[in-house]
Design a protein around this ligand. Structure first.
Ligand code: GLC
Length: 470
C-alpha cells in the first residue's frame, strides 16, 4: 500500500482499470440519464424578496449558457467524482473490487500527494469557454470528498498543501475566477455541504456506511456544531477573499434537511453581507435559499414559471475521464435551444484534465457551438419565452418586445435540411429573414399554418428564422 501511495503511475493504471471495468471507454454518445435531482414543482419555489437578488437572477437568466467545472482528486485517475469513497452499493459508483474499502479510501486520500497539475492554465479554460459562447462559470471549490481547490485556512486537505503547493497558482479557485472575470463571465462557486474528509462529518471513530454524517447528531451536538462552524468559515473565506461572486452553488442536498441542519440562514446572511445580491442555489432543498432550481442530466418537460438551470455533462461524467464519449456540437446546440425555449439556462459539465487543461476533443466541439452562436446568438441570449414554443424540430424564442420571434430549427443528427418548413399559431407578419445572413425568406400562410421555403445553399446545420408577430 505504501509504494502505491507514492507512485505517480499507479493512479493512472487504476484509473484505466476502473474505466474498462465500468465500460465507459467507447466513444459513443449515451442518451441523457433521468434526473438525479428532480426539479421541484412551482409550489416549491420561493421568490426572493431582496431586489438585488432579483436583479442578479434576471441578469443571470439572460446569459443562458454556462460551464460547470469538476476538478479535484478524482480527475487524477479519471474516475467518478468523489463518490467512489462512499460505501453505497449502486451501479453508478464503480470502485476497484480487489482492495478493501479502507485500503481504497487510503489510496484515494493519498492522491493529494500526486495531483500536480503543472499545466494548469485557467486562461486557456476561459478562452475556450468564451469562444464557445458561454457566459457564466461554476467551479468546484470543494466536492464531497472534502478536497479543497482553494487555499483554505480551515484544513490542509487542499490543492495548496499537496503536490502542487510550490506552484504560484496553488490557490486554484482564485485564478479560475480571475481568468473568467477577465472575459466578463458571471462567477459561481460550487461548494459541497457534505465533507467526507472532515472528522466532524465522517468521524473516524465510526465506520462510514453511506453518504451521511456517521454519528448521531443528537448524541454529539458539539461535534456537529464544529462541522457547522467549519462549513460557515469555509464559505466565509470564499465570500470574503475571492473577489466578486455572483452565485453560490451548494451541492449535497441531503445536508441541510431537518436532520442535518447546518444553519443555512446564518450562512446566507453572512454570504450576502459580503456579496450583495448573491444568488444562492441550495440545490433541491426548496424554499428561500434555492434561488434557482437545478434539474440534472435532463430538461424539464415544459416551460417553468420560475428560474431554473439544467446541468448536463458534455460526456457522461462530471469530471475528466479517459476517452470520454463527448456529445456532438449539434447535440449541445439542440440542448441549449430546448432549454432556452423553455425558459432556463444550460450549465454544461466539463472536466479539465489532471494536468490542468481543457482537452482537444472538448475544444473542437465547443468551437463549433461558438461558431453557431456567433451567428445565431440573437435567438438565444437575452431572449424570453413565448407561449407557443415548439412544433416538431422547431423551437421558438422571443426578443424582449415579445413581438419579434425566432424559429430555431434543430437539425436531428444524420438528417438533411428540409426544403419546406411548416408550423402553426406563430403566424408571421411582414418580412421573414434568415438570421445567419439577413436573407429574405418567402412564406405562405394558409389558415393557421405557415409554410416557409428555405433559401438554397443553407449549410446543413441548425438555423434561425426571424420574424414579427401581431
Ligand atoms: C450530483 C452528483 C455530484 C455532482 C453534481 C453536479 O449531485 O452527486 O457529484 O457534483 O451532481 O451537478
Amino acid at each position: 500500500m505504501k509504494c502505491i501511495q507514492c507512485s505517480n503511475v499507479l493512479p493512472w493504471l487504476v484509473g484505466m482499470f476502473l474505466f474498462t471495468f465500468s465500460g465507459i471507454g467507447q466513444a459513443q454518445e449515451v442518451p441523457l440519464q433521468g434526473f438525479v435531482h428532480k426539479q421541484s414543482d412551482e409550489n416549491g419555489y420561493v421568490w426572493p424578496t431582496d431586489s438585488l437578488v432579483l436583479q442578479k437572477l434576471a441578469l443571470w437568466n439572460e446569459q443562458k449558457f454556462g460551464v460547470l467545472f469538476h476538478w479535484g482528486l478524482y480527475s487524477v485517475p479519471g474516475i467518478v467524482e468523489s463518490w467512489s469513497i462512499c460505501s453505497e452499493d449502486v451501479d453508478w459508483i464503480p470502485r476497484d473490487t480487489v482492495w478493501n474499502y479502507e485500503a481504497y479510501k487510503k489510496w484515494y486520500w493519498g492522491l493529494k500527494d500526486v495531483f500536480n497539475p503543472v499545466d494548469f492554465d485557467p486562461d486557456q479554460w476561459a478562452e475556450v469557454m468564451n469562444e464557445a459562447g458561454m457566459r457564466y462559470v461554476i467551479f468546484t471549490t470543494k466536492h464531497h470528498d472534502g478536497f479543497c481547490m482553494y487555499d483554505t485556512r480551515e484544513t490542509d486537505f487542499s490543492i495548496a498543501h499537496g503536490a502542487f503547493k510550490e506552484h504560484p497558482k496553488k490557490d486554484v479557485a482564485r485564478f479560475v475566477f480571475e481568468a473568467f472575470r477577465k472575459k466578463n463571465f458571471m462567477i459561481g462557486a460550487y461548494f459541497s455541504k457534505p465533507d467526507w474528509h472532515s472528522p466532524y462529518y465522517w468521524w473516524p471513530y465510526y465506520a462510514t456506511p453511506d453518504r451521511n454524517v456517521n454519528y448521531k447528531i443528537a448524541r454529539h451536538p458539539e461535534r456537529w456544531e464544529k462541522f457547522c462552524q467549519f462549513t460557515y468559515n469555509q464559505i466565509e473565506e470564499l465570500m470574503q477573499g475571492y473577489g466578486d461572486i455572483d452565485i453560490l452553488w451548494l451541492d449535497g442536498g441531503w445536508v441541510g434537511s431537518a436532520k442535518q441542519d447546518i444553519h443555512m440562514d446564518k450562512i446566507v446572511e453572512m454570504a450576502r453581507r459580503e456579496q450583495p445580491g448573491l444568488i444562492v442555489v441550495d440545490r433541491s432543498m426548496r424554499g428561500k435559499h434555492e434561488n434557482y432550481q437545478t434539474p440534472e442530466q435532463g430538461i424539464p418537460e415544459k416551460q417553468l414559471a420560475f428560474p431554473w438551470e439544467s446541468c448536463i455533462t458534455l460526456s457522461n461524467d462530471w469530471g475528466w475521464v479517459p476517452n470520454a464519449p463527448y456529445k456532438s456540437a449539434g447535440k449541445v446546440i439542440a440542448l441549449l435551444t430546448e432549454v432556452v425555449a423553455k425558459g432556463g439556462c444550460l450549465l454544461l459539465g466539463i472536466g479539465p484534465t489532471p494536468q490542468g487543461m481543457i482537452e482537444q476533443p472538448v475544444v473542437e466541439r465547443l468551437k463549433r457551438v461558438g461558431d453557431w452562436l456567433r451567428v445565431n446568438g440573437e435567438a438565444i441570449y437575452n431572449t424570453v419565452i413565448t407561449p407557443y414554443y415548439q412544433e416538431g424540430n422547431i423551437w421558438f424564442t422571443a426578443a424582449k418586445d415579445e413581438k419579434t420571434l425566432y424559429a430555431i430549427y434543430v437539425l436531428p443528427e444524420g438528417e438533411n435540411l428540409p426544403e419546406l418548413l411548416e408550423w402553426h399559431i406563430n403566424l408571421p407578419k411582414g418580412k421573414m429573414t434568415l438570421l445567419a445572413d439577413g436573407r429574405r425568406v418567402t412564406y405562405r400562410i394558409e389558415g393557421d399554418k405557415v409554410m416557409v421555403s428555405l433559401p438554397k445553399g443553407c449549410p446543413e446545420e441548425p438555423f434561425v428564422l426571424k420574424f414579427a408577430i401581431d
